[in-house]
Write a protein that binds this ligand. Sequence first.
Ligand SMILES: Cc1cc2nc3c(=O)[nH]c(=O)nc-3n(C[C@H](O)[C@H](O)[C@H](O)COP(=O)(O)OP(=O)(O)OC[C@H]3O[C@@H](n4cnc5c(N)ncnc54)[C@H](O)[C@@H]3O)c2cc1C
Length: 430
Amino acid sequence: MTYDTIVVGGGFAGLRCARDLTAAGQSVLLLEGGERLGGRAYRRRSATSPSLDVEIGGAYIHRHHHPRLAAELDKYRVRTEPAPEATVFRNRLGPGSHDSAFPIPVEEAAEAEAGLYRLLSDAHRIDVEAGLDTQGLEDLDVPLLTYIDSLKLPPVTRQLVLSWGWNMMGQPVTEASALWALQFVAAHGYSVLGVVLSLDEVISDGTTALVEAMAAEVPDIRMQAVVESVHQGARSAEVVVRGGEVLVARDVVIATPLNTWRTIRFDPPLPPDRASVVAEGHGCRGLKILVQVTGAPEGISCTGDGVFPTLYDYMPAEDGGRILVAFTDCSSFDPTDREAVEAAVHHYLPEVTVVGVDCHDWSSDPLFLGAWVSPKVGQFSKVHKALGESYGSVHFAGSDVSLRFPGYLEGALETADRVVEEILRKRQDH
Ligand SMILES: Cc1cc2nc3c(=O)[nH]c(=O)nc-3n(C[C@H](O)[C@H](O)[C@H](O)COP(=O)(O)OP(=O)(O)OC[C@H]3O[C@@H](n4cnc5c(N)ncnc54)[C@H](O)[C@@H]3O)c2cc1C
């Protein structure tokens, strides 16, 4: 049988492509390499509180910034609720106490404003729909630390920006690209605070609720089908699955993480403009670590100069303690090192007892090879827009190649719309 389209990857991008192409009357097969759907939206039993479910990957949403996601949630009547409110602050942002929601001291306000004004002006140079390689932005594609230092921010503001920069980039600020951080600011309505405030809501019954609702409208899904190669012919493409089975379709959608594309053999090879980025991979090694503790107050929020740049409340644990969420990266931190976890937590909260640690290392999982997308310095000012462009009958979707909202659930949905449109337009033309 020749399918109209084979979609590879069962995250939100692949699910939306497969569902919407099916709804448009196309025959579609969805191939997922793993044992579950949802990809980096991953809710599972907690390793430290086994009666509870936790989000190991993407969790936080913002209805204004994520309109497609909001529409999906409404379509399936999937409920959302506010993310846990931060009410108790224990920041480490330099000498003095900065334990408040807005920790910039009044004596820094004028200098902070001047530095942040420059940051916002640079962000305003970015057209978030155009691709970062088409806008003469090379001068901003420098290490984030170098860029932040050039803003001459006063000390508390500088540390605040560094800490959130590390959290959001998922790699050390010496290696992350300032251009990517500015892209995040641009995507959030050209607002620095907007990036942080977008951690606004969570899905009440978990991301699984939405994954299952979408998957119910995709009739043909095959699990544990790891795609190893794609061969394009004149009229169709062959998709080879681990084990040797060959499946045939008029079009193929690759909706797997960018860093996995190097594990798929493309014939003919990927166009040279993007092959080098694909071979090298982007630089995100982000770690989201769930730390169960006793003795921490509800609503705790810590930001600062620790190896966890951010550490904040997530949910009550089953033993009456709290589960906190920490962000860092796996080249700076080993989450299996219990003493290191305790030291990192005690940096902010010396009085708490660490009960257990729960984490998924996305960077060493062969179906992901990284967390959310975050380029290395010099990558995306050279090659960006082309990463999501089709060649022949192969199309590319997924949050990693979103222009508008990369690194977010919303970005995955956005790219699905582009690919569905590409394929349906092609059908009309033939
Ligand atoms: C720790 C973490 C925290 C995050 N926090 C947030 C957040 O708070 N808010 C937010 O909006 N976003 C967040 N994100 C980002 C968000 O989760 C992702 O951008 C989004 O889920 C990606 O969806 P996708 O469909 O593009 O790819 P994925 O969800 O990665 O789906 C790709 C699928 O392809 C499959 N696959 C891979 N290789 C193959 C192959 N060869 N053959 C077949 N199948 C294959 C994978 O198993 C996977 O199921 C976070 C991500 C991580 C990792």
